[in-house]
Write a protein that binds this ligand. Structure first.
Ligand code: H2U
Ligand code: ZN
Length: 350
């Protein structure tokens, strides 16, 4: 079948989750894939680093000593961006031009594993299951606080994404207000539910499964795909097949399914350029404001910066900063590349 003509020409695509647009310029990649496959980063074999502030038994920059932890280890961020006990800002400006509000909250760090050298892609499934359990426990624990309305869990992976340390870890920021990203998605999910009587992301899963052109990998509980409106070259969206709003609503099968799909996605990412693939990953889920949120469909976003090789990244500058995001490689061809890769990590191949 000849490729659709609209896929050959510049066009813009609508993201119904954020109600924003992305400019797609496929004609710029009509040239063959010339990206070198640079193998710049070999996997290190340092399982313990005496200078790492996240390794078991080491003293952190803040002076606290980590226990000899055996699996997952959670601690309060020593340099927390949010504090639990800020008084209301009585003297802050609050008009149409100048407006400030208190934001209180908490920040924690979750070490995935004592082994300094591991990543989600190379951890064993039961170890990732424990990380999923820790995410659910943190969501529940911080979300239970009456002033906390949202719990944002995210992982910055690799120096290119600003991760301060290679030790496998993520962060949790809990806030008094729902941050702009999930707030925008919430409004869109609510509006879609009101207009159609169905869930925006349940419908997305159904349509994407029928089309099958942007699916990367799947298991009985989750599907990973390059969204129709992806901005980053190899951006993916991990969607639950069943409708649920948050980590605490998941049964065992869903938690195991989430751990599995995260390993599959990160393995394919590493295999793409045979490197430890950088990304920011995080979950979007129901706010913890004690209200029912039937509109919310739990999902994970992966935002990786790499474009052509282990060293060539996409920059969101110029038109993207001032106008709108733009991409060359289409989401369909990005999905095809990721789908074609093995789900066995390249370092394990003989
Ligand atoms: P990132 O790699 O995503 O930056 O996460 C590491 C976090 O660990 C970071 O937020 C915290 C930093 O504040 N940290 C501590 O809490 N204690 C330390 O001793 C060093 C780093
Ligand atoms: Zn370490």
């Amino acid at each position: 079948m000849p490729p659709s003509t609209w896929l050959q020409v510049p066009h813009r695509r609508f993201n119904p989750l954020t109600r924003t647009w992305v400019l797609v310029s496929p004609h710029r990649t009509q040239r063959p894939w010339q990206g070198e496959v640079a193998k710049t980063e070999s996997v290190s074999a340092v399982h313990y680093d005496s200078t790492c502030y996240l390794c078991p038994g080491n003293t952190r920059a803040g002076g606290h000593r980590n226990p000899q932890y055996k699996d997952v280890f959670v601690f309060d961020n020593d340099y927390a961006a949010l504090l639990p006990d800020v008084a209301p800002l009585a003297d802050a400006p609050h008009d149409d031009l100048f407006r400030a509000e208190r934001e209180l909250g908490a920040c924690r760090v979750i070490c995935f594993h004592p082994d300094h050298d591991l990543t989600l892609a190379r951890m064993q499934p039961p170890d990732i299951d424990r990380v999923v359990a820790a995410w659910a426990a943190q969501y529940e624990d911080l979300g239970r606080r009456s002033k906390i309305k949202y719990v944002q869990i995210f992982e910055n992976r690799g120096p290119m994404m600003g991760a301060s340390n290679p030790h496998p870890h993520c962060q949790v920021w809990a806030t008094e207000h729902v941050p702009d990203g999930p707030r925008t998605e919430q409004a869109a999910q609510l509006a879609y539910r009101r207009a159609h009587g169905r869930c925006l992301l349940c419908d997305t899963v159904e349509r994407e499964m029928q089309l099958a052109e942007r699916i990367v990998c799947e298991n009985p509980e989750f599907v990973a795909l390059v969204p129709f409106w992806a901005v980053w070259p190899f951006e993916t969206l991990v969607l639950g097949r069943r409708h649920l709003g948050s980590l605490v609503e998941m049964d065992v099968a869903q938690r195991v399914g989430l751990a599995d799909i995260l390993k599959q996605v990160t393995t394919r990412y590493d295999n793409l350029f045979q490197t430890s693939f950088p990304y920011t990953m995080g979950f979007h889920q129901s706010p913890t404001d004690s209200k029912p949120h039937p509109e919310w469909h739990f999902h994970a976003h992966f935002y990786p910066p790499l474009l052509r090789s282990a060293t060539v990244r996409k920059f969101m500058v110029g038109f993207e900063m001032l106008g709108m995001p733009q991409r060359d490689i289409t989401p369909e061809s990005a999905a095809e590349k990721l789908r074609a890769l093995s789900d066995l990590h390249y370092t394990l191949k003989k």
